[in-house]
Design a protein around this ligand. Sequence first.
Ligand code: SAH
Length: 257
Amino acid sequence: MIYFIGAGPGDVDLITVKGKNLMEKADLIIYAGSLVNPELLKYAKNGCVIMNSAHMTLEEVIAAMVPVAQAGKLVVRLHTGDPSIYGAHREQIDLLRGYGLDYEVVPGVSSFCAAAAALKAEYTLPNISQSVIITRMEGRTPVPDKQKIADYATHHATMVIFLSSGMLEKLTKELLAGGYKNDTPAAIVYKASWPDEKICKCTVATLAQTAKENNISNLALICVGEFLGNEYDRSKLYNPTFSHGFRAASAEKEESK
Ligand code: SAH
């Protein structure tokens, strides 16, 4: 059996209980060494083989997993954050299917959630943004048409931008081209939930300069939008005048007394 497990954003306590339990039983752990906290490997049992996929190709990862899984042993493939976000686990799954091996995906806490926690922010503030766009700048991996930063910026929804902290001047240009203002609030969250986490609040115009001043060029998320500002409407759900399945509105409560 092969388990693709989300390791969480860095803090070892942010792996799920299910993920940790499986790590403790694993015979082989292949972890994404560029971002998975190696401290998590303390959960490996004696005799567990541990490999760092940062030095391996897709084919080498598959070649390492297959014989172990075929022998009926337990393989853990540990991905940073949640595997579904830029995790490249789909291509592994598709190759493994050819061998008829069983696999399961165990979700993890994505870094975009850890960044919100670090900022103590809510991405979906009423009347400010009800959507979160998770995206990236085009790098060596191309971004399909209509999915460029400038396209998404037109929505003025909350944006969380992965894999882009090394190209912030270009990012600012794209955000402005899409209609954000120079003074739209932004934040750079470096290594969210790690001991050396850094939170740098800035604006769309000052992203590159802020990163430079703080020596940040990778391992960071860029958060953009008015959710970082001070204006919002309060929620309907917890408003005394709003009733729903679990609670009557104050006026109705009075009536039913
Ligand atoms: N699957 C991961 C993302 C992998 S892509 C997830 O769900 O978080 C790698 C990119 O994720 C990094 O370049 C960075 O932009 C972001 N990232 C991952 N962990 C991070 C962390 N702890 N703090 C800030 N950004 C992080």
